[in-house]
Design a protein around this ligand. Sequence first.
Ligand SMILES: NC(=O)C1=CN([C@@H]2O[C@H](COP(=O)(O)OP(=O)(O)OC[C@H]3O[C@@H](n4cnc5c(N)ncnc54)[C@H](O)[C@@H]3O)[C@@H](O)[C@H]2O)C=CC1
Ligand SMILES: O=C(O)C(=O)COP(=O)(O)O
Length: 532
Amino acid sequence: MPRVLVSDKLSPTAVQIFKDRGVEVDYLPDLGKDKDKLLEVIGQYDGLAIRSATKVTEKLINAATNLKVIGRAGIGVDNVDIPAASRKGIIVMNTPFGNSITTAEHAIAMMFALARELPEASASTKAGKWEKNRFMGVEITGKTLGVVGCGNIGSIVATRGVGLKMHVIAFDPFLSDSRAQELGVEKVELDELLARADFITLHTPMTDKTRGMINADAIAKMKKGVRIINCARGGLIVEQDLLEGLKSGKVAGAALDVFEVEPATESPFFGLENVIATPHLGASTSEAQENVALQVAEQMSDYLIKGAVSNAINMPSITAEEAPKLKPFVKLAEVLGAFVGQVTEEPIKEVEILFDGVTASMNTRALISAALAGLIRPQVSDVNMVSAPIMVKERGIVLSEVKRDKSGVFDGYIKLTVTTEKQTRSIAGTVFSDGKPRFIQIKGINLDAEVGQHMLYTTNPDAPGIIGLLGTICGQNGVNIANFQLGRNKPGGDAIALLYLDAPFPEKVLAELRANPKIASAKPLKFDVAAA
Ligand SMILES: NC(=O)C1=CN([C@@H]2O[C@H](COP(=O)(O)OP(=O)(O)OC[C@H]3O[C@@H](n4cnc5c(N)ncnc54)[C@H](O)[C@@H]3O)[C@@H](O)[C@H]2O)C=CC1
Ligand SMILES: O=C(O)C(=O)COP(=O)(O)O
């Protein structure tokens, strides 16, 4: 039974779902803050469910020897070292919509709170001061709201802004004209947004590109009296620069839900009257927490139990319905990759994957990941569908994908072509109605070959006596041939043979075979399939 650790506070719904789905679960909501303890126990778990408090560092990932999936009950995954997880083949998934309305509402609440100084007014009134003349707000109606990052949350904020009769302008490099029109927002460049907005609200993810995007330069471009709302990530703002802007009066107010260092128990912002601060509460409503807890537990269980992948950051999605249908083709892609990977000894430069017929309409991203995993496993061993694409990229291998309509006798097939400095190799395969993968073409030579656990692949110029030669050498050395497949491109041309064996081909016999002038090459192959 797979075992999951929940190391941040999650709704009890998550725990219940894990149990109902047959996943053992340890709910230790404070463990995320105890780095050392977490390091000690993480090796026992197949899954880790977190929010933002648990920091999944490379060190933790290296200690997580059994971990297969990290589930973020929320959106931002900047607390997870995704490249490190990917290299170790660990899927990282989030719940991209579960808390977006709630977070957008928090941003709107922050905007109103800023406009009317609600927290200060409330504190003063509760202190018995009745300072009616101290607080003078600004109206929201007719003001310009600048939305930086118009994805799921930003677009909800934008439409709420439109509903509040604001003029909404948005900057997002991926915002299309038609989407902007649909939302009723004006699409602008960042500098224009900074110059025109009365309220600026940030909704981008935290990335190397967005880190520190609100700095002294950006603030200098803003209107005097601008109000800034940050319910995304603290690191988007250079805090020192904002402090100066607030002190000088250039920035009339800031509402901050997030901080560069969290938990933020002390900050120079806390001493300023024109700053409103909340402790990363964007996602904290009962509705959102139910949503994300339920979703993360379902997604993680689906992956651990059924192999279905949804909302993964570092792996193509595979739905629970699609998983059983895709599985034999994932196996096919993997064995095609494994074949070429085992016969290739020099560095790979290019990989082309052709999807013909029915395979072209399948989840080709998943199939590509499987083919790449098979291909590079002989070199790196510890690789899976998550880590293979990143490893291929790190090695500078050029990858291309071709899709085409059915072109031959098969309903569809996959062909893998791999180019090294020395040569180009290709292999094609399909899945028969028995659900098993078959090799249908090797080196351009047609054949119909099952995939065996232990095989020997030989190439030779087509000539009489090769079958006898192979049979004799094997027989003399006690190697039992379970089955045999042959192919050639033309009489007297290039020929190949595939021998199916009960055990790995002995090294000693291999040397004898390779020394024979009639055999051009001989390569033992091993595939991760059931023995015949
Ligand atoms: N305070 C809180 O509790 C919460 C905070 N968040 C934060 O909000 C962020 C946004 O969430 P979603 O809207 O769901 O993400 P999303 O991925 O749907 O949208 C982000 C948008 O930012 C845009 N973007 C990327 N780089 C940009 C740049 N340099 N300038 C302008 N736009 C850029 C993207 O094109 C995308 O449209 C999350 O990454 C997370 O860090 C999310 C939930 C709760
Ligand atoms: O979903 C997000 O990105 C959030 O920032 C919410 O964080 P939390 O789950 O409340 O720690």
